[in-house]
Design a protein around this ligand. Sequence first.
Ligand code: DON
Length: 566
Amino acid sequence: MKKTLLLLLIISITIVQPVSERAAARTPVRARHAMVASTSEVASRVGVEIMQRGGNAVDAAVAVGLALAVTWPAAGNLGGGGFMMIRRADGNTEVIDYRERAPLAASRDMYLDKDGNVIKDASTIGYRAVGVPGTVAGMALALERHGKLKWRDVVDPARRLAAEGFILNYHTARSLRGSERLLSRFPDSKRVFLRDGKFYEEGERLSQPELAATLARIKEKGPREFYEGETARLIAADMKANGGLITAKDLKEYEPSIRKPLRGTYRGHEIISMPPPSSGGAALIEMLNILERYNLSELGHNSSAALHLLVEAQRRAFADRAEFMGDADFVKVPVEGMISKTYADEIAATIDPERATPSADIRAGKPVAYESDQTTHYTVIDAEGNVVSNTYTLNGGYGSGVTARGTGVLLNNEMDDFTSKPGVPNAYGLLQSENNAIAPRKRPLSAMTPTIVLKDGKVYFAIGSPGGPTIINTVLQVIVNIIDFEMNIQQAIDAPRFHHQWMPDEIRWEPYGLNNDTRAALEKRGHVFAKRSSSMGDAEGIMIDPKSGMRLGASDPRSGGVPVGY
Ligand code: DON
């Protein structure tokens, strides 16, 4: 009798609780009103304070973006660019595209030598690698169109953090030390971020007086100061003194763009994602359309059968990315075709359920190695239901390595996201086409994928990540983990990831993310694995619990991020 009761009790517990609540897994941070998920706890807190003072999600997002430029110098920035997707509580959605642009003096073959070979490091290190920065203009435009607070009020927290300093956490201190080779090539960077070789340790305070002065000027004089004032003058002078291309005119003429997001559906959910100049949304929706044809949940999370399909979808979408994509303001990109369900039918028909299709049979190319990288994503949801999903970057960690003299501002190396030469891979091993060739004012093709997912017409969750090309597959897997495998958003972010980008023809995998049985089963199907494992992405997301409306924040364990809510 007792036994039967116990059994009944166990069964009822099992039935009542959703799948994710039973697993040995972390749960998201919960808050009643609003939430910020970012890679820096200090920056997340800045966002929450802004909302507690009456700001909305956009006010908070601008303050967080500027704060991360101080607290996460590898990727947070004033000297880079990115994409801010904003969905207002009334459903209106737009993207502020503040991606860097090629300088006016840039040209198609600027990274080739006399013989037409790519000059090593030219597009990645130093002054010539820098695209015209968009972050300050992008943040200002977002605030002007959607914010409630004054510019000076959302700039001030970052200025204060730069002036007073903040305590370095383990990840930031480690990242600074890890950038020694790049940053020590440039005296200002070496002094500010490496303390001339006496590396900052975890727990020490990092203050950045020059950056504080720059932020103070921007705060007082407004965002145009960066493009036309003393800051612009300092950047242009440093460029001129060091062979860079960016001039006062480039800075003065920089403008962000407003774009309509791409839309797709996945198993009844609406997917809102990033249009060109990012490849992210198109590739993501193409992959989801392909995967929708299969019953992934029946196959099992990260089983060899499910991974086979995931990888086959990935290699095909990335082949399309390489072939077709670039800045749609300059070249024709068949985005509508790529995200259509009929196209997914055609592509899915080429997938052999049992065997890997060698990437060379999809399109020709040459494999290369990866390099380490940094970008950063953060997500904000406020009490009214406004949502911001923002990914921005200097491209590589600490960008070009250059700190513009006298400004404390690190400059990007986004020019490497262009095609230096068709058929020659960039720093991420990506092959790209003529569509992404360099031209004045053009924006380099990106993989950044800020995304919002709706369920029954309401915001379900918002997500994004850094990681170069792996960004798209990180966002894909978080979505599939939530929708197909019913994980909570924290589990969905924590789960091991896999990445295939067509070329090189290999599956990238994470430490402890792949067991020998699964690997052997996939190898038997013809898949090839990267030599070593490496960690992928830093996803930062927020879900709104459909029943209670609670904000559920989740940061990636891979980089020590912290969601903060109230
Ligand atoms: O726009 C892009 O796709 C790249 N510049 C992003 C770089 C990146 O994510 C590096 N991060 N880890």
